[in-house]
Design a protein around this ligand. Structure first.
Ligand code: NIG
Ligand code: FE
Length: 411
């Protein structure tokens, strides 16, 4: 399976299947979300860091010049997966809390007792910028093994100026798309959320806005309320950042209406969203980002993905990778959950964690599809039917990953 040469053009030949979401008007919704083109006996050619062509082997014209070849027999190709919601910049772990939860403690109880997010804040502040850089690189290697070629990561475990900015730099250093989650929790040195926001907006936002592409807020009972979230997001929009929200994870607190009012790119979680929120999001341009690994890990109700899709919402799927509520970097596992728990078709799951996730990151025209001109990000699955992506529950389904035309992970 190793390439046989050293050129910048790469041909993956004799693939059992090549599957790619069809629609190019992203984000995809309704019927278009489930439309995936599948070519049998296929090839893909990468030229430098972009895709030159895809097609059937029988239509492959003789190729001149230097070309590296990969043998795709028995494999299927899908677009590199796009994880649009991660918290990959943290130090330490929460394995002790995980064990406590296994014997009955709740996530919210641990959080209000000073554990949870704040315990990761302590570890992250102590790690230093080199430590954070090493942590994100380590997590990045895990993601690549699972087929993630583009990742977003939030800050949010520093909650002081230096650690938040170091987190954003560490994410950029690992090639991630950084989001400033300045309002994740209220750190202990502040009396309340308003006092913390006074600090974060005055002292952190100006530089965070130079590093991050978007801002995010945890709008939830025990975190930030709707007024505080509005204050933060309006200031961030003013500073040029796109807007995202953690909303309706445990309770409905107005996140959906606020996301729509402010023209946010996405509102994420939505395990607690009712009919009204689903209808409102379906009628809007805000993408509901669903995170079933987090619902599974916390034993919470699953988000109502089928209802979102049937109502016409442009759903995306992501891992929510973080040490507390979703210690899981695998989008293939998320696709399995989407099909077994959320009642999505494999085709809908694929579109949700490729093109639609790319759209959340404002990269819908350049990643998430196997199409000429798109970035040459390709996952080769160890299966002759691409739907093993979701079918092989927790399986070792990723055979190789091509990122910008280079084979970066191969087993
Ligand atoms: O998206 N809900 C808020 N933030 C993260 C969890 C963070 C943590 O537990 O460390 C989430 O689930
Ligand atoms: Fe999250």
């Amino acid at each position: 399976m190793s390439p046989a040469g050293g050129g910048r053009r790469l041909l993956v030949r004799d693939l059992a299947q090549l599957a790619t979401p069809r629609g190019s008007d992203v984000p995809l919704r309704g019927k278009a979300l489930g439309e995936v083109d599948v070519l049998e006996d296929a090839y893909v050619i990468c030229d430098g860091d972009s895709i030159e062509s895809v097609g059937r082997m029988r239509d492959l014209a003789p190729l001149a010049g230097d070309l590296v070849e990969l043998d795709g027999r028995g494999l299927s190709a899908i677009p590199g997966l796009v994880d649009c919601h991660m918290h990959a910049c943290f130090a330490g772990d929460r394995v002790e809390e995980f064990a406590l939860r296994a014997s009955g403690a709740s996530y919210e109880e641990l959080h209000s007792a000073g554990g949870g997010i704040l315990s990761t804040v302590r570890a992250t502040r102590a790690a230093g910028e080199d430590g954070l850089r090493a942590a994100v690189h380590r997590h990045r290697a895990w993601m690549l093994r699972s087929g993630t070629t583009t990742f977003e990561s939030k800050s949010g475990y520093g909650l002081d100026r230096d650690t938040e900015l170091a987190s954003l730099r560490a994410i950029l250093d690992a090639g991630g798309v950084p989001t400033w989650l300045g309002a994740h929790a209220v750190p202990p040195e502040f009396a309340d959320a308003d006092a913390y926001l006074d600090f974060a907006l005055a002292e952190v936002l100006p530089e965070a806005a130079q590093l991050a592409e978007a801002a995010d807020v945890f709008l939830e009972r025990g975190a930030f309320d709707v007024g505080q979230a509005r204050r933060l997001l309006e200031a961030c929009r003013e500073a040029g950042l796109a807007l995202r929200l953690h909303g309706d994870q445990f309770t409905e607190q107005g996140a959906v209406a606020l996301a729509i009012e402010l023209g946010a790119r996405s509102v994420d979680h939505l395990e607690a969203t009712g009919d009204g929120g689903i209808r409102a999001l379906a009628a809007s341009d805000v993408v509901p980002v669903l995170l079933p690994a987090s619902a599974l890990f916390l034993e919470r109700p699953m988000p109502r993905a089928r209802d979102f899709v049937d109502a016409g919402a442009a759903v995306a799927l992501a891992t929510d990778f973080n040490p507390g509520s979703a210690f899981c970097e695998s989008l293939p596992l998320v696709c399995s959950l989407a099909c077994t728990q959320l009642h999505l078709a494999p085709e809908e799951a694929l579109s949700a964690c490729t093109v639609n996730a790319a759209h959340v990151l404002e990269r819908g025209g350049s990643i998430g599809r196997l199409e000429p001109g798109y970035e040459a990000d390709v996952v080769l699955l160890d299966a002759s039917d691409w739907r093993y992506l979701a079918y092989h529950l927790g399986g070792d389904v990723v055979k190789a990953v091509i990122r910008k035309g280079e084979v970066v992970n191969e087993r």
